[in-house]
Write a protein that binds this ligand. Sequence first.
Ligand SMILES: *Cc1c(COP(=O)(O)O)cnc(C)c1O
Length: 228
Amino acid sequence: MSAVALRAVRERLARAAEGAGRRADDITLVGVSKTQPAEAVRQAYDAGLRDAGENKVQEAEGKIQALADLRPGLRWHLVGHLQANKARRAAALFDLIHSLDSLALAERLERAAAQHGRRLDVLVQVDLAGEETKHGVPEQGLHALLEFVRGLKSLRAVGLMVLPPLVDDPQASRPFFRRLRGLRDTALRDGLLLGDQLSMGMSHDFEVAIEEGATLVRVGTALFGARG
Ligand SMILES: *Cc1c(COP(=O)(O)O)cnc(C)c1O
């Protein structure tokens, strides 16, 4: 990753924040480093990136170990789907899991976090498109899942995440981002969230996400270049 690419993305982020009347400091840039070598993440860290995102536990594990010297300055995010049988490792490896989407997974993560003696921050991924290939809890199941997590000792639900259908037009993502924000506001009002995080927006649509209130944007190709 080049320092130039990071600067360009930060400028896009700052411009979008300014246009929306928000502070750029309130938006965390998560550099999604999947398929990139650990060395690329180290370069990104040297250029100033402090949050790295991965979508597979197995792939992340090697990089997190290789870059252990950068912690705790470098935080690791799991942005991809988490299979129940990887929950134990994920609970030990990541600072924030963006993809909690079922009661069963919440139970597994709770047990693992308790065993590691740690509090684990999670976001609940909501499936707003109803696509069969997508992960996430359906909107109708969100309240029950958040209530369940509220009763757990080691998991802290600090916000929501969405991954809209992938299309070229960034404006097509806007209704999904707006909907997620509404769900977050309702959950906060109902006392079901311990934070107000909204993980939404990728390389092609993060400006729209910022306009709609994103606090975490997950940016891969715009930072690291095309994936092989
Ligand atoms: C890969 C990925 C991203 C980053 O996508 P880009 O288009 O490369 O910015 C964001 N979120 C998730 C869940 C991903 O899997």
